[in-house]
Design a binder for this molecule. Structure first.
Ligand code: NAG
Ligand code: NAG
Ligand code: NAG
Length: 294
């Protein structure tokens, strides 16, 4: 039973990591690096690129949570949302306790809704090749980034409809993040099997790795931090991440790609996206890539 609990803790840890990544992606999308080039000229086209970028993350989230809760993914649940993109590699059903499974299932369906919402607004692209088997490894490489990306990107969107969509996505993703962190926080002292470290230490490692890969300073924080990093320097508990004013950190698309590729280089795909992410923003960094169309 102890082992089962530990495994649950680990799985939840991974979930948390993924959420953070996703959130970061959303944020980055909004902070499109091409903003200056194309900005003011055509808000619709610029917004389109910014809104399409997070599809990469939403596909991943949807598949991850669907497989985690149900043992199958979009191919069974909503095949036309994949637009014919390849099935994910290495996906498996997770061994979850009833409460966690219940929560993850809700998140899974929410992600399906997010895919629909984005595709109602922009054309999008097919599901990219996703590698879910690297989840565990990737969770080390990708510390929780949090909601920072949304914060940074939002002001760069031009059209009210785009901002409305992003705010709606951010709201739910933030809530998912909060739920996952709260569940982990309740188990902060549990030892994660088979790594022999606590959940809190595990989250620290993930955060440190993300900070390192993102190459943009400290934007990730674990569940328990030195008091100086806690809210107003008053507390060690860090159930939600924030800067010195308890505002969410922001990340750029480049930072997000560096993290989700696990390569520390937005031009070098890998990690969750063995063939790279899709959409114009991500593709603009895959200059040397001869990869077909994905
Ligand atoms: C803006 O983009 C839309 C859709 O891509 C296009 O139809 C329109 O012609 C563009 N407008 C300008 C001024 O470039
Ligand atoms: C998916 O395809 C089915 C069957 O063709 C269709 O009824 C449904 O509306 C489609 N859903 C979406 C989101 O396109
Ligand atoms: C990222 O990868 C590209 C392609 O391999 C390479 O040209 C570039 O120097 C790398 N950037 C860094 C900062 O290592």
């Amino acid at each position: 039973m102890a082992i089962t609990k530990e495994r649950r803790s680990l799985f939840v840890s991974m979930m948390m990591v993924l959420f953070f990544l996703f959130n970061v992606h959303h944020l980055q999308v909004m902070g499109c690096p091409n903003n200056n080039d194309q900005g003011a000229t055509n808000c619709t086209d610029q917004d389109r690129k910014l809104l399409e970028f997070p599809l990469n993350l939403e596909y991943f989230e949807a598949e991850f949570f669907l497989f985690g809760a149900l043992g199958f993914g979009l191919d069974k649940v909503a095949p036309n949302l994949t637009m014919g993109g390849p099935s994910p590699l290495g996906a498996q059903k997770a061994n979850l306790d009833p409460l966690t499974r219940d929560v993850i299932l809700q998140f899974a369906w929410q992600e399906v809704g997010h895919l629909r919402a984005i595709k109602k607004t922009v054309k999008g692209f097919p599901r990219p090749q996703l590698d879910l088997s690297r989840l565990l490894i990737a969770s080390y490489l990708i510390p929780y980034v949090g909601l920072t990306g949304y914060v940074g990107a939002n002001p760069k969107l031009q059209c009210p409809e785009s901002r409305k969509l992003v705010a709606g996505l951010l709201g739910v993703e933030s809530g998912q993040d909060a739920v996952i962190r709260t569940m982990l926080y309740a188990r902060a002292g549990h030892i994660v099997y088979p790594y022999g470290i606590t959940v809190a230490a595990f989250t620290d490692k993930i955060s440190n790795l993300r900070n390192k890969l993102g190459k943009a300073g400290v934007k990730d924080e674990g569940l328990i931090v030195p008091k100086v990093m806690g809210a107003e320097g008053q507390v060690n508990g860090n159930v939600l991440v924030g800067n010195e004013l308890s505002l969410a950190y922001d990340r750029t698309p480049e930072e997000i790609l560096r993290i989700v590729y696990g390569s520390g280089n937005e031009s070098v795909p890998g990690g969750f996206y063995p063939k790279g992410a899709d959409g114009e923003i991500a593709k603009s960094y895959l200059v040397t890539t001869t990869a077909s169309e994905v």
